[in-house]
Design a protein around this ligand. Structure first.
Ligand SMILES: N[C@@H](CCC(=O)N[C@@H](CS)C(=O)NCC(=O)O)C(=O)O
Length: 85
């Protein structure tokens, strides 16, 4: 299964929603708190093509977007494909 990375901050409803979906699907993920990890926000913005909101999610190194995009991929049945590509 491809590695799932999520850049997040603690007081962020979209981050919790994204993590809740991943847990519901039994997907393990590596979480980076952009508030407490030095340099993480800048790295996130660079990897996410300039997007500054949290969460930003990557699957197998590919940027997929935030919580809304994650939910859309799941709804469309494409999340499994990306996870197993
Ligand atoms: N549509 C985005 C919304 C994310 C969002 O609004 N996150 C808030 C925190 S919960 C944020 O980062 N706001 C600051 C900003 O947009 O730079 C998603 O689904 O991830």
């Amino acid at each position: 299964m491809n590695k799932v990375e999520i850049y997040s901050s603690p007081l962020c409803g979209y981050c919790h929603a994204a993590k809740r979906l991943l847990k519901k699907r039994g997907v393990e993920f590596e979480e980076t708190n952009v508030l407490t990890t030095p340099g993480a926000r800048a790295t996130m913005v660079e990897r996410a093509g300039g997007r500054t909101s949290v969460p930003q999610i990557f699957i197998g190194g590919k940027h997929i977007g935030g919580s809304d995009e994650l939910h859309e991929l799941d709804f469309d049945g494409e999340l499994d494909i990306l996870l197993n590509a």
